[in-house]
Design a protein around this ligand. Structure first.
Ligand code: SF4
Length: 431
């Protein structure tokens, strides 16, 4: 039985218990969230070394880090180091998006090294193998697609992006309307190329029940992908995007009926004043399913700093109710990320997620900031470093220009904290 089916029966499973413990909530809260489809716990039955993670309403906002090879750079050791870096700096999940080298071997290695839930996009492998074995994407068969999904499921993948909402209807709307950057989703682009060439419906939509059967067998969660997500501000919240979202809402209901957990992937590029609307639309059209946003990036001109443009959007989205942030690294739009980029992407997204958790009222979020403030007032550098997202960096920066006294070198003997304590007799609170 799947986690969702067990929740409906009122059975508290070990993953549910672990998630409740990590979040500081009761198991009844988790059971209720799972039953209503507002919380998911992606746990493939074959992912044995997994530390489960809950995603959804009332829980801490989660962060995903994408890793993976490309045709231009493929090194398993680098990917495993990226995985470890992502986990070390607090990513809650990782997605292996490899498209270069021996994809199956890379995925198996990532799976066995990852204690965090792992997500993949099986259509990438189906397409690459179709090109290798049949000469072109358009020669990919329906069997190729489902064989890739089954292989990923057998390997223990906990959640899979499936672009089921890229249908003939949503595509027709896109073509009629026109766009600045058309389609920026890799999986969406593959499927659209295949659909147009073969003049056929998207197999992931047409044979959705077959997908549900596989999900039922291995209990992986569906991450219903947004193949038509806006790739620039000019295309944000357009008819094609919303048409796809409506279809995804219907598919969420079918997955719930089948006992399968599902979440919805969202934009992409959005201006700040459209983010909350997008979250509300998703929550309403998809009946409260967890919302997994890819950024969103709030401007198109941040190349080299897109971890920042995404963190701004991520904070606003999560504060409005988004549950899960896909990180963006400084190399977005420019290059495959390296190890340092993974670290910066994770930290930026974690800041966004935590900033939102403070206003969401997530247990422990505000207390963390209060502890840091007490340590700042007390000029307690050791505790400040411990409480920061990157303790090593905090120590290094503090020590870069040594201060003569207990303060830091920013103001030295003119330290406001020290002056107030000396002259006003207001001492720092204990920390
Ligand atoms: S020296 Fe300035 S920046 Fe440093 S702790 Fe004191 S007030 Fe803050």
């Amino acid at each position: 039985m799947t986690q969702l089916e067990l929740a409906r029966k009122g059975t508290v499973t070990p993953p549910m218990k672990q998630v409740a413990q990590k979040e500081g909530v009761g198991t009844d809260f988790i059971i209720r969230g799972l039953t209503e489809g507002e919380i998911i716990i992606p746990v493939n039955v074959n992912h044995t070394n997994l530390s489960p993670c809950g995603i959804g309403k009332g829980l801490r906002t989660k962060v995903n880090a994408n890793i993976g090879t490309s045709p231009d750079f493929c090194d398993l050791d680098t990917e495993l180091r990226k995985l470890q870096t992502a986990i070390d700096f607090g990513a809650d999940t990782v997605m292996d998006l490899s498209t270069g080298g021996d994809i199956s071997t890379i995925r198996k290695a990532v799976m066995s090294a990852s204690t965090a839930p792992v997500g993949t996009v099986p259509i990438y492998q189906a397409v690459i193998e179709a090109i290798d074995n049949r000469g072109s994407i358009v020669n990919m068969s329906v069997e190729d697609i489902f064989a890739a999904i089954e292989e990923h499921a057998k390997d223990g993948v906990d959640f899979m992006t499936v672009h089921c909402g890229v249908t003939e209807a949503s595509l027709a709307r896109l073509k009629k309307q026109g766009r600045m950057t058309d389609i920026v989703s890799r999986g969406g682009a593959f499927l659209i190329g295949w659909m147009l060439h073969n003049d056929k419906e998207n197999p992931l939509y047409q044979y959705y029940d077959r997908l549900l059967d596989l999900a039922l067998e291995y209990d992986f969660a569906l991450s219903l992908g947004d193949g038509l997500r806006p790739g620039c501000l000019a295309d944000a919240t357009d008819r094609a995007q919303i048409e796809e979202l409506i279809i995804l809402g219907e598919l969420v209901e079918r997955s719930r009926e089948a006992g399968i957990q599902a979440m919805i992937e969202g934009p992409g590029h959005l201006p700040l004043d459209q983010i909350a609307t997008n979250v509300q639309l998703e929550k309403s059209l998809c009946r409260g399913a967890p919302f997994y946003v890819l950024g969103p990036l709030v401007t198109d001109i941040g190349a080299g700093y897109d971890h920042i443009t995404a963190a701004i959007g991520g904070a606003v989205a999560a504060a409005a109710g988004a549950d899960f942030l896909c990180y963006v690294t400084p190399t977005e739009h420019l290059s495959l990320p390296g190890i340092e980029d993974v670290k910066e992407g994770v930290i930026a997204s974690r800041i966004a997620a935590h900033a939102a958790d403070i206003v969401k009222g997530v247990k422990g979020a505000r207390e963390w900031d209060e502890q840091m403030s007490r340590a700042r007032k007390a000029l307690n550098w050791k505790t400040q470093a411990r409480l920061s997202l990157d303790p090593e960096l905090s120590r290094q920066v503090h020590g870069k220009i040594p201060a003569s006294g207990a303060t830091c070198s920013m103001c030295g003997k003119y330290c406001a904290m020290a002056i107030v304590e000396r002259y006003l007799g207001i001492s720092a609170p204990k920390c």
